[in-house]
Design a protein around this ligand. Sequence first.
Ligand SMILES: [Zn+2]
Length: 382
Amino acid sequence: MTTNAILAAEDVKAMPVPRTSAPVASPAAASKTSDDTHDDTRWTAVLARDAARDGEFVFAVSTTGVYCRPSCAARRPRRENVKFFTTPEQAERAGYRACLRCRPKSASGNSLSDGVKAICRYIEQHLDEPLTLDRLGKEFHQSPFHLQRRFKAILGITPREYADSCRLRLLKRNLQAGDSVTRAMYDAGYSSSSRLYERTASQLGMTPDKYRRGAIAATIRYTCADSPLGRMLVAATERGICAIQFARTDDELIEGLKREFPFATRKSDDAGLRAWVDMLLQHMQGRELASSLPLDIRATAFQRRVWAHLQSIPFGQTESYSRVARAIRRPSAVRAVARACATNPVAVAIPCHRVVREDGTMGGYRWGIERKKQLLEMEQRT
Ligand SMILES: [Zn+2]
């Protein structure tokens, strides 16, 4: 199961359609001058082998018939033999071949938007921290200026605007689920200032309070089934699985679901959820979990970061709480990591059972230490 699964469905949908950055039409004379300046900065980037501009354009060399990305390590051609193209396809239509050294085709299009996707994922996981361009630049080894420009060229908005939209989306979901306004705002990464409250109100078109009251209760379907760890409940919204819990009896499970989603309409649906139950049972017996298992879980940015990391721990292996804290670059947050594990709403799908104490002993488990032990033994046998 990939880390993407946790964020997948809605975040992919949340990506605005890429916009091509077409230059503004202008009279021929003026546009010629501006194109020349454009080419001058491109040539400067080529001379500097500026990797930050890979993917923005390619340069083609008339004497060799080859085109390269700006950072190509090959010897620089003479300026008069160089032509610039925005995409590899354009260079190829003009009769040039891709350089075998810098492989400009793999550097444009997909990998450019992959880079921007990585920045989006990073922003989503750090909504509760100040996200300056400087910080993003350091994290992704780009100048803040270029990072912002490339981000905007692909998504049409700045990283800051993207972070704002993520927070608003989270806030709406938390309010719909019936959280208190304070809690909903905190979990969505807002700092609690009245200025922010007002700005949020204008983005929502009403106060968060009113939004919460008006939100229609979501429907949650659930089923209970036998598992090697006792009775198992799987519950889902229309977006994906929102709870996987264990208990001794169905009554306990359904009580727990009520407590967790007091405002939802709950509906039993054994047939509709059968396929996911089977996948989870097979996974407990050692079958790889399909990455397509959709999750719809609410989380603070910090929980999201911890849970995404847990999904990267291989089947049958364990990590200590402090190692997880180091992996998410919050080495002093060991207790918070333990809390995030203890509040995991989806057992097995987010394998919090693979986190143990430094000395190798079990540590806690939301569904009881015996179940954790049994799960780990089952995994280590296969
Ligand atoms: Zn090259």
